[in-house]
Design a protein around this ligand. Structure first.
Ligand code: PMV
Length: 320
């Protein structure tokens, strides 16, 4: 390791999947059954600073939002750092200080920004000089969805078959008129982690059907981008979300709260008139894809809710 770089800070933004990733073929390497596609958002991000641990420390130290994690709480990050240590011969322990501008573990994809920021910081700290694809693969080892937050705008995570081939690429589509509005139903930590819920889905008899249908939706989405057809993009996104939650419900789990269902029903009712489409992750919050021109109407319709209007965000980067 080059010791000239002592402290590195990197920022990565959250991404929200339009075509969902749900289920791993390989738990360790986080190789998914399906490719997925996302939009990186401008408003939610993680800033992660890493520095060498004090002499004599016997493990990595992790702070999240200023709070020191116990060894147990830090297990996921410590395991990740151990993997990186083995892979890239990183000697010595480090201190990770992560500040989230996003509620964590609430289905707002905080792990996507967290591990993308950490991987981006490690790339600089260890002088790895990884290209974007390699960096995306490194982020994936921490959290599957993080593989897409290396890129700004739309990203496609190609499932691949091993560490080298499972990474994201940038999707050459942009549309300045698109916004993703987050309707906050509940900011608290979710009850079931996506890792546990995913593994239960993978063991379900219905899982392979799910995979086939989601693969078709990705093809449909890429066609919608090519045709620049917003209605098709929105409908396809909504179908992928419904499909994932049907799959999850098969295992007796639901991430929806009553309010989530109310919001979904309202959107379904008005979307023929005002084009807006929903997607939901492993938590109760609803993300609505629409055009800028519809934002005021959306705010009127959901006047009692907290809404955060997001646009396309940039890819991860080192700040110092
Ligand atoms: O990578 P994880 O464990 O945060 O899984 C994320 C899964 C979903 O957010 C539900 C879907 C996705 O593609 O981001």
């Amino acid at each position: 390791m080059d010791n000239s770089v002592k402290t590195v800070t990197a920022r990565a933004h959250v991404n929200i999947a339009l075509i969902k990733y749900w289920g791993k073929k390989d738990e360790e390497l986080k190789i998914p059954f399906c490719s997925s596609l996302s939009l990186t958002l401008d408003k939610f991000y993680t800033d992660t600073t890493i520095r060498p641990a004090e002499k004599g420390e016997t493990s990595d130290t992790v702070y999240i939002d200023g709070v020191l994690l116990s060894q147990e709480e830090a297990l996921r990050v410590r395991k990740y750092l151990n993997t990186v240590r083995k892979m890239y011969k990183m000697f010595g322990y480090i201190v990770v200080d992560s500040i989230n501008n996003v509620p964590i573990s609430a289905g707002l994809a905080s792990s996507s920004s967290a591990f993308a920021a950490l991987a981006t910081a490690l790339n600089k700290y260890l002088n790895l000089n990884l290209n974007e694809k390699q960096l995306s693969a490194l982020a994936r080892l921490g959290s599957g969805s993080a593989t897409r937050s290396i890129y700004g705008g739309f990203a496609l995570w190609q499932s691949g078959t091993n560490h080298e081939t499972s990474y994201s690429v940038k999707v050459p589509y942009s549309n300045d008129e698109l916004v993703m509005c987050i309707i906050l139903v509940n900011k608290n930590k979710k009850k079931v982690s996506s890792t546990i819920a995913m593994s239960q889905s993978v063991n379900s008899q219905k899982y392979l059907n799910y995979v086939e249908e989601n693969k078709q939706l990705l093809i449909q989405m890429l066609a919608a981008f090519k045709e620049d057809d917003f209605i098709k993009i929105g409908n396809t996104m909504q179908q992928s979300s419904d499909l994932m939650h049907q799959m999850i419900n098969e295992t007796g789990i639901s991430f929806y709260e009553p309010k989530t269902v109310q919001i979904i029903n309202k959107i379904k009712k008005i979307q023929t008139e005002i084009p807006m489409f929903y997607t939901i992750d492993a938590g109760p919050n609803v993300k609505v894809l629409t055009r800028k021109e519809n934002v005021e109407r959306l705010k009127d319709i959901f006047a009692n809710e907290e809404i955060i209007v997001c646009q396309s965000g940039v890819g991860s980067y080192v700040k110092n």
